[in-house]
Design a protein around this ligand. Structure first.
Ligand SMILES: Cc1cc2nc3c(=O)[nH]c(=O)nc-3n(C[C@H](O)[C@H](O)[C@H](O)COP(=O)(O)OP(=O)(O)OC[C@H]3O[C@@H](n4cnc5c(N)ncnc54)[C@H](O)[C@@H]3O)c2cc1C
Length: 538
């Protein structure tokens, strides 16, 4: 008998959910291995710490994408969480489920059990929506979902300007109808971040059947023939092994799960041989099908000193700190995106294809996130369901080394068209006369950018990821699929991938809530399969 029934590799958004759900059965022993350290830091708990975490040396892997011509040969930063909670410990805390269409597409691709009506119960199960539950919203789940703590006059005016421009207001964009504008819902509780470590792991840390090891980098899965029997890992340079009676579950996220498979000899034979790795199992799709939300940012100078740029400096910052600790509200409890917008960029579309994030703040460099001194506001433009696909593969046979992240952004014509149309709509809304009182001028890209080519060039020179990497171990039954619709790796027994990498297409919005849903459903499938196995054996 091995020491563990299940080993979960990666304690991120998905890994923490799995650790909680699998240890609900006291007879099951689970080991959770996380490469990063414990998640003890005020920057993680305080929402405004997001900007510190974007390039934090300890809690962030700080990857960079490969330079590509379509992105003006820039190396775009690709932050990823490196601690318990994973990217949910460093993310923007925006709670967005996506559209029913996203999951109906997964179902339509042949993935049984993944259409909207079938996954909705898992969104509901995971959440505690502070406003209360109904047909589509849940209460009593581990993950607290709150409304944005404060409104702001510039944000209100932006939502009004959108409505006056023909884009409706929407009070709950997570109830199956995304369309419109309003304030984001956030994964926070009492003004503090709700990572999956806080929501799912902290309440069950004392279960005797759960062991959590941090600073534990998994190098590879141990295979006996075509069966996974354990993992090899190292803790602060010391080599260890953990063996399983049942399954190894890879939850290292879309950037690193392909690498764990490749280091184990599972993937594209030529690529593995190039790195001197013995080919144990050919799976062409490992590391392919990378999808993400590419997003240019526009910003405006604001006439009045009412934006976060000036409100978080000097004495005003002292006031905000006091307010935060006294009430859990104010500038420190805000996320990077405050207002959402979901719009259709052209007539004839069934559903919105564009997401806006608006905030009453502006930054001098998108990734360093240093607030500008002059009053400003930002709108981030992100196509909901891009067609462009890239890849992520290992660059070295050494585990833990940055992989080659090739996003291939804007390679599809439809993505270029939607991105340009999205920026034009943002300009149209902010040009509405009702905003005249606030807006001094468009700073970026500025009034000289007008033609299709000029807009596109601006996007290529300035666009970033909104950090929603998915799809690199996609679910399906075609030759490029890595896992089946029960998230079992094709051709290998005792091995699943459960994280954002299994998503066959990019959901229409931020990806934390969909990843948590995937993990909730994955945990149920593991339990069902174990039960069926026991019955078959009896
Ligand atoms: C900066 C940023 C902002 C974001 N903002 C939002 C937002 O506002 N709203 C939203 O919905 N989504 C947001 N996202 C996206 C969302 O957080 C991710 O989609 C989600 O967290 C992915 O979960 P995951 O479980 O797939 O991977 P992760 O949460 O990244 O977890 C993977 C874990 O595996 C660990 N790991 C990796 N390799 C190994 C190894 N070899 N051995 C052991 N452990 C390993 C990592 O350290 C990490 O903890 C953001 C992401 C980032 C990075």
């Amino acid at each position: 008998m091995a020491d563990w029934d299940y080993v979960i590799v990666g304690g991120g958004s998905a890994g923490c959910v799995l650790a909680n759900r699998l240890t609900e059965d006291p007879s099951v022993k689970v080991l959770l291995l996380e490469a990063g350290p414990a998640d003890k830091s005020m920057w993680i708990d305080i929402p405004a710490g997001f900007t510190k975490l974007l390039n934090h040396k300890t809690f962030n892997w700080n990857f960079e994408m490969e330079a590509e011509e379509g992105m003006a040969n820039r190396r775009i930063p690709c932050p990823r969480g490196r601690t318990l909670g994973g990217s949910s410990s460093i993310n923007g805390m925006l709670y967005v489920r996506g559209q029913p269409l996203d999951y109906d597409t997964w179902g339509q691709l042949g993935n049984r059990g993944w259409s909207y009506s079938q996954i909705l119960p898992y969104f509901k199960k995971s959440e505690n929506f502070e406003r209360g539950g109904d047909d589509s919203r849940g209460t009593g789940g581990p993950l607290n979902v709150a409304d944005m703590c404060d409104t702001h006059e510039l944000c209100d005016a932006f939502i009004d300007a959108a409505a006056a421009s023909g884009y409706p207001k929407n009070k709950d964009y997570n109830n199956g109808n995304q369309e419109g504008f309003g304030y984001y819902q956030v994964t926070m509780k009492n003004g503090k971040r709700q990572s999956t470590a806080r929501a799912f792991l902290d309440p069950v840390r004392n279960r005797p059947n759960l062991r959590i090891e941090t600073d534990a980098l998994v190098s590879n899965i141990i295979l006996e023939g075509k069966r996974a029997v354990g993992v090899a890992y190292s803790v602060l340079g010391q080599k260890r092994e953990a063996r399983v009676n049942r399954e190894v579950i890879v939850s290292c996220g879309s950037v690193q799960s392909p690498g764990v498979l490749e280091h184990s000899g599972i993937g594209q034979p030529e690529l593995l041989r190039r790195h001197g790795i013995e080919v144990k199992h050919e799976l062409k799709g490992v590391g392919e099908n990378y999808g993400d939300h590419f997003a240019p940012r526009m910003n405006w100078r604001v006439k009045l000193p009412i934006t976060l740029n000036e409100q978080t400096r000097g004495l005003k910052l002292v006031r905000e700190i006091y307010k935060y600790y006294a009430t859990g509200r104010g500038a420190l409890a805000l996320t990077a995106g405050v207002v959402f917008g979901f719009v259709r960029t052209r007539p004839g579309l069934d559903a919105p294809d564009m997401q806006f994030h608006m905030a009453h703040a502006s930054y001098d460099a998108a990734q360093k996130r240093l607030l500008e001194k002059e009053p400003g506001m930002t709108v981030v433009i992100g196509q909901c369901r891009p067609d462009s696909r890239g890849s992520i593969h290992i660059k070295s046979a050494t585990p833990g080394v940055e992989p080659a992240i090739r996003p291939n952004f804007l390679s599809a014509q439809i993505d270029r068209d939607a991105t340009v149309a999205g920026m034009q709509i943002a300009r149209k809304i902010v040009s509405h006369p009702s905003l005249e009182k606030y807006i001094a001028f468009e700073n970026k890209p500025g009034k000289d950018v007008n033609s299709y080519d000029e807009w596109l060039d601006y996007a290529r020179q300035n666009g970033q990821t909104t950090y929603h990497v998915v799809g690199t171990c996609k679910m399906g039954s075609d030759p490029m699929a890595v896992v089946d619709d029960r998230l079992r790796v094709h051709g290998i027994a005792g091995l699943r991938v459960i994280d954002a990498s299994i998503m066959p297409t990019v959901p229409s919005g931020n990806t934390n809530a969909p990843t948590i849903m995937v993990a909730e459903k994955g945990a149920d499938m593991i339990k069902e399969d174990a039960k069926a196995g026991l019955k078959a054996a009896a």
